[in-house]
Design a protein around this ligand. Structure first.
Ligand code: 5GP
Length: 191
């Protein structure tokens, strides 16, 4: 399993370190082929996508640029309104650029559909979505996710950048947090 043994707060490990590594290499090669001859901008959605973003970019052989965006999900109200507040905006203009948005997990789809709309409005030439994890059963809006490493069932996962109340981001694998650690069910999407 790697340097860190299975964390005792987890119910199970869903995706091992090795599986993530292989998927990230494949994804990097695929994006390299698809964007040959172009210089895309990779946008990391902070903070959950950080591990995936930095590992993925090292597998992409293109003259790429990076930028970062942080958003607030407004807790449960986001689930109904679909409105996402931008806490940290991009440093650079995306006008005329080929943009790839890199996310940790797509759940309802509201976050990425909002970000995609904003980037189109700002005049990006193309916008594609890349995610490590996808929970397709939970989708609330129609959203085309162009690059998905893993489809997962409707369980709350942590690790490899994903947190529960800022913990567990450093686990090198993706695991299902044991339900006894949820303080309130409303804290956790999908439960
Ligand atoms: P969406 O807008 O697609 O509903 O939400 C995406 C966001 O919800 C993710 O960026 C993440 O912050 C959060 N999220 C959804 N499912 C999970 C999960 O299983 N684990 C964690 N840690 N966050 C999740």
């Amino acid at each position: 399993m790697g340097a860190i043994e299975r964390h005792e707060d987890l119910d199970k490990v869903l995706i091992s370190q090795q599986e993530i590594k292989e998927a990230v290499v494949n994804m990097g090669q695929r994006i390299t082929r698809d964007y040959a001859g172009r210089s895309p901008v990779f946008i990391c959605i902070l903070k959950g996508a950080v591990m995936f973003f930095t590992d993925l970019l090292r597998q992409v052989a293109l003259p790429l640029m990076t930028d970062f965006m942080a958003i607030s999900s407004y807790g449960n109200s986001t689930k109904t309104s679909g409105v996402v507040r931008i806490l940290k905006d991009l440093d650079h203009d995306v006008l005329g650029k080929d943009v790839l948005v890199v996310e940790d997990i797509v759940d309802s789809g509201l976050t990425l559909s909002y970000i995609k709309k904003v980037l189109w409005e700002r005049g990006a030439r193309s916008v594609r979505l890349v995610t490590l994890l996808d929970k397709p059963q939970r989708r609330r809006v129609e959203l085309e996710v162009d690059y998905v490493c893993f489809q997962i069932p409707n369980e709350f996962v942590v690790g490899y950048g994903l947190d529960y109340k800022e913990h567990y981001r450093n686990l090198p694998y993706v695991g299902v947090l044991h339900p006894r650690f949820y303080q309130e069910e409303s804290d956790v999407p999908g439960l």
